[in-house]
Write a protein that binds this ligand. Structure first.
Ligand SMILES: [Zn+2]
Length: 197
């Protein structure tokens, strides 16, 4: 006789696999990672284990988006070579690592993705975004920074399948996979206007 919880697990897992839309974190992680009990309470922000008391927070992961300004004032945009949103345009950047600031993450990502050294001039606001990955809808919080290259010629890594300089106004019209990118570019345009007498 299969225990009820195991039967439920199979049914839920099958349902998740058959969905075409990414599953929310609360529906993707049904079991406590510490004791294995089915979560008794699940919300968009938190799942709570009634057995061992674990609180599993579904908080967004911090990321950085680099608005990389060239000598002529144009922005270096990249086209994504990997999912999520493969083939759409993006700014260089990525996930912050443990014990890393947003600025440190930007410098590391520029080295890894473009093989250039950058200097961050301004940290703008951050924007919430969805990040569909492994058929799960993760949440990210992307801080946008304004930076420039201080050494090296941009050479794209495997994650990038094309790169090109655009004016900020042109960049606004690019096909983005992540809707927050348009807002990030707009933040840059607004910031630039403040500096213009
Ligand atoms: Zn537990």
């Amino acid at each position: 006789m299969i225990p009820m919880w195991k039967a439920l697990k199979v049914i839920r897992t099958t349902c998740i696999k058959n969905q075409h839309m990414p599953t929310s974190l609360k529906d993707a992680y049904l079991y406590c990672p510490r004791c294995g009990e089915l979560f008794a309470e699940r919300s968009d922000s938190l799942s709570t284990c009634s057995e061992c008391g674990l609180h599993l927070y579904h908080s967004p992961k911090p990321c950085v988006g680099i608005i990389l300004v060239g000598d002529d004032g144009k922005l270096l945009m990249v086209r994504r070579g990997r999912d999520p949103h493969i083939g759409t345009w993006d700014v260089p950047g990525g996930f912050c690592e443990i014990n890393e600031t947003v600025i440190e993450a930007a410098i590391r990502e520029a080295e890894e993705e473009l093989h250039v050294k950058i200097e961050v001039d301004t940290v703008l606001d951050s924007l919430p975004e969805k990040y569909p990955y492994n058929n799960i809808e993760h949440s990210i919080l992307s801080a946008f920074v304004i930076a420039r290259i201080v050494s090296g010629q941009p050479t794209p890594d495997d994650d990038i399948d094309d790169m090109k300089y655009f004016t900020a106004e042109e960049a606004l019209g690019l096909p983005f996979g992540f809707p927050s990118l348009k807002k990030g570019i707009q933040m840059y345009i607004d910031e630039r206007k403040k500096d213009t007498p």
